[in-house]
Design a binder for this molecule. Structure first.
Ligand code: HEC
Length: 134
């Protein structure tokens, strides 16, 4: 009986502390098929001219840019600015990258920026990268 009580106490504590940790930063919406679809729509409208419909950055515009747009078809932990961190991908989309053609997209809602985050991260390959063909 006593053991049960302490177990329950532990669990409650755990629950509360994780809640606390999450409340520090704006909580990302849960990944869902709807969100990914929204991400795809926004990406095709706003991002694919530079980053390419497949996220490889090989577009006429992308090729002309210095620095070139990120090729998203590499392992996420090799992304120069976000290094595998979803929140940083979100931040890049929100704030842009100074002195590059990657502008900020803060006119989009937080929900829309998370949708884009999940969508572009979906282009990344596991390590080592098998070349995706489609
Ligand atoms: C006008 C061209 C252009 C458009 C449009 C554009 N980007 Fe970029 N993007 C860039 C360039 C250039 C870089 C790389 C800058 C660098 O390496 O410093 C970049 C980098 C990024 C990165 C950084 C990845 C990393 O961690 O290294 C993300 C994420 C990103 N873009 C997402 C987006 C999204 C989402 C959109 C659409 C809402 C978008 N971009 C639209 C040019 C563009």
């Amino acid at each position: 009986m006593k053991r049960w009580l302490s177990m329950i106490m532990m669990l409650t504590l755990l629950l509360f502390s994780s809640d606390f940790a999450f409340s520090q930063a704006p909580k990302p919406p849960a990944k869902s098929p709807e969100l990914i679809n929204l991400g795809k729509k926004l990406y095709d409208q706003n991002c694919s001219s530079c980053h390419g419909p497949k996220g490889d950055g090989k577009t006429p515009l992308g090729n002309a840019l210095k620095p070139p747009p990120r090729d998203f078809n590499i392992p996420l932990n090799q992304w120069t600015h976000s290094k595998g961190d979803l929140k940083k991908v979100f931040d890049v989309i929100t704030k842009g990258i100074p002195n590059t053609s990657m502008v900020k997209w803060d006119q989009l809602s937080e929900q829309e920026r998370w949708a884009l985050t999940y969508y572009v991260v979906g282009f990344s390959t596991p390590t080592p990268p098998p070349k995706k063909k489609k």
